[in-house]
Design a protein around this ligand. Structure first.
Ligand code: ACM
Length: 629
């Protein structure tokens, strides 16, 4: 078999040369691709042979939709076809190499065969197959251009994931995203073989899941005052301002989302974030806090000053009764075996003022407020486990002592994950350093402002298994989209892509096969596909990276670079718009004494490719740590 494949490769390169390797741009990079000569051309009628298996419903629907929408070619799904265009095969005998989610994809001039052990593998094989066709296959309408050849290069692909946990987190609490938005997010993530959607369902800005018997959570807790601008800086809303911004998922909505995800081989991880980040619950049921006067609190609307106590009171038995009620329903609604209980960023200053907390500390011999939180988490773990689920939390749950069976999601870097893994706990890595999708993707001069930056190239360096830990404790990783500054779905897409391309490759592809330049080329091809599919993405990798410092003779100096190769940077200090007739950056520049702004733009092969950027000199001075006069 090896010999035959070797011959095919030889032929493709030397004799026919029809198959151009550059034509193949799959993300995440498959484990093994052998390119052969020739193409498979879609026939006038496409027949998909698919085993009669209800779990393949969306595999069939996905292929039918993607292969017929742009091409207008009719697609028929059969389960007893004698001849087929695409043959989906479920192995009778397990193939250990590809495991539960892997697949083999064979494209020859005659037909296409996808083989897998399980339906999920066929789904991922189908995703890869679609990426082999021209970008126009992604179009949401019939493509009129008759010159497009609906063909895929001949290949033999063997592929399977590195990690079983390949997640994205979507914060639907800071801003509410509808059921349809969530389903759209699922459609987008599965293109890149993510298999887990973590829904951050509760926070200070909203409680998003209906809980029977606790109606105020969604009557009151799901609504705040609509504000736009820079979240966290808003003026306090007037007392009578309408609280009609937000929303929640009914239990039927949740069931629908869960089913939608399941059909696409995605697990939904629900997060109920306690004991901090709980203002929406406290506003709904003030008796859950330790703070007198909490009945006057309001759900947070992004205002600058909010000193409301947003914590549940670990010294209050009603809190555990409340959580038991919530978790009974959450456990029934979400079939996934884990429930995420938050635990991050819990302010302890409210507890410090509480007599009930001090009495609890005395009774339970707790020395610090971290130990108070640990007491709370351990009780919570028991509740979660009593519902038949595994208890998971952010890495703060390590402080004061980790609950015995807790799974840790490490976000403040990797340290918490390393600590937990060394203690023998399961860990999911989602460090801010590599995986925070709410951070800016480039320079603040061009990106919607957030307090930190995470470039695509950095996201591509994410390695979930640190040298010092046993890989078996690392379930995988995920990237998190917090939405304080994300007001709509288009911007959620912009923030997610292309960084989630990088994360998908970090989590799926063999570590050894990763290569930034090669990846960046493929990203560009996927941008073109997203243009067809009408999915938004950030083009930030085309914009310059700006560093400012003081020169040896104390002048303000700017150094420029680019994230990808082959770009030229042109700039001005005279307030006019630079183009390729302006000075081209070749070496560090001294900013002219009276300049007020620098403008920059990148070109490739004589054509603008980056966005026009304007950076005030005051900003450059701030970057350089030089005092503004
Ligand atoms: C977090 O970012 N607060 C988990």
């Amino acid at each position: 078999m090896k010999k035959i494949l070797g011959l095919c490769m030889f032929i493709s390169v030397t004799t026919f040369g029809q198959t151009n390797k550059n034509e193949i741009a799959i993300i995440p990079e498959p484990v093994k691709i052998v390119t052969n000569s020739g193409h498979f051309i879609l026939p006038k009628n496409i027949i998909i042979q698919s085993p009669a298996n209800p779990e393949l419903k969306q595999v069939n629907a996905f292929l039918k939709n993607r292969l017929s929408t742009a091409t207008a070619i009719p697609v028929t799904i059969k389960n007893n076809a004698t001849a087929s265009t695409i043959n989906l095969v479920l192995n009778k005998k397990n193939d250990n190499v590809i495991g539960k989610e892997g697949y083999h994809l064979s494209v020859t001039p005659k037909n296409i065969v996808i083989t897998a052990n399980e339906p999920a593998g066929l789904f991922y094989g189908a995703q890869t197959l679609v990426q082999l066709f021209p970008k126009e296959i992604e179009s949401t309408a019939v493509v009129k251009n008759k010159n497009i050849k609906w063909q895929a290069p001949c290949v033999e692909i063997t592929d399977y994931p590195r990690f079983g946990w390949r997640g994205l987190m979507f914060d639907v609490a800071r801003h509410f995203f509808t059921k349809e938005d969530v389903e759209k997010y699922i459609d987008q993530m599965v293109r890149y073989k993510f298999n887990l959607l973590h829904l951050h369902l509760t926070d200070d800005q909203g409680w998003r899941i209906e809980i029977k018997g606790l109606p105020r959570l969604t009557e009151v807790g799901a609504w705040n005052v609509k504000k736009v601008g820079y979240f966290g800086t808003f003026a306090s809303p007037a007392p009578d301002a309408p609280r009609n911004y937000g929303g929640f998922y009914t239990q039927d909505d949740i069931r629908e989302i869960v089913q939608y995800a399941k059909e696409r081989f995605v697990n939904i991880l629900p997060e109920i974030d306690v004991p901090g980040h709980s203002l929406a619950a406290v506003v709904s049921y003030p008796e859950l806090s330790c703070t007198p006067g909490s009945e006057n609190y309001h759900v947070h609307s992004g205002e600058r000053r909010d000193t409301s106590d947003n914590t549940l009171c670990p010294a209050n038995e009603k809190v555990y009764e409340f959580l038991d009620k919530v978790l009974t329903q959450v456990a029934q609604l979400f079939p996934f075996e884990y429930i995420h209980m938050g635990g991050d960023e819990c302010s302890k200053n409210y507890w410090a003022k509480s007599d009930a907390i001090h009495a609890l500390m005395q009774r339970e011999n707790l020395k610090t407020y971290e130990e108070v939180q640990s007491y709370f988490e351990k009780r919570l773990e028991k509740i979660v486990e009593s519902k038949g689920k595994k208890f998971m939390g952010w890495d703060e749950i390590l402080e004061g002592g980790l609950a015995p069976d807790a799974i840790v999601m490490s976000w403040r870097g990797m340290a918490g994950g390393i600590q937990a893994a060394k203690m023998g706990h399961e860990v999911v890595m989602s460090p801010t350093t590599f995986a925070y999708l709410d951070y800016m993707q480039g320079d603040p001069a061009i990106e919607p402002h957030v307090y930190a930056t995470l470039r695509l190239s950095k996201a591509y360096q994410f390695e979930p298994v640190p040298d010092s830990v046993d890989p078996k404790n690392i379930l995988g990783g995920q990237a998190n989209l917090w939405t304080e500054q994300v007001y709509n779905m288009r911007h959620a897409e912009y923030m997610t892509w292309p960084r989630a391309f990088a994360i998908s490759e970090d989590l799926w592809s063999p570590k050894e096969s990763k290569n930034w330049d090669n990846f960046a080329n493929r990203v560009e091809k996927h941008f073109a596909r997203f243009d067809e599919a009408q999915i938004k993405y950030a083009p930030s990798m085309y914009d310059p990276i700006i560093n400012a410092s003081a020169s040896p003779d104390k002048k303000l100096m700017v150094e420029l670079s680019t994230e990808i190769n082959g770009l030229d940077i042109y700039y001005s200090f005279d307030n006019s718009f630079p183009d390729n007739f302006y000075p081209k950056y070749t070496e560090p520049i001294i900013v002219p004494e009276d300049a007020v702004q620098m403008k920059l733009i990148t070109y490739r092969n004589g054509k603008p490719i980056g966005r026009m950027m304007t950076v005030p000199v005051t900003e450059l001075k701030a970057k350089a740590g030089v005092k503004n006069k």
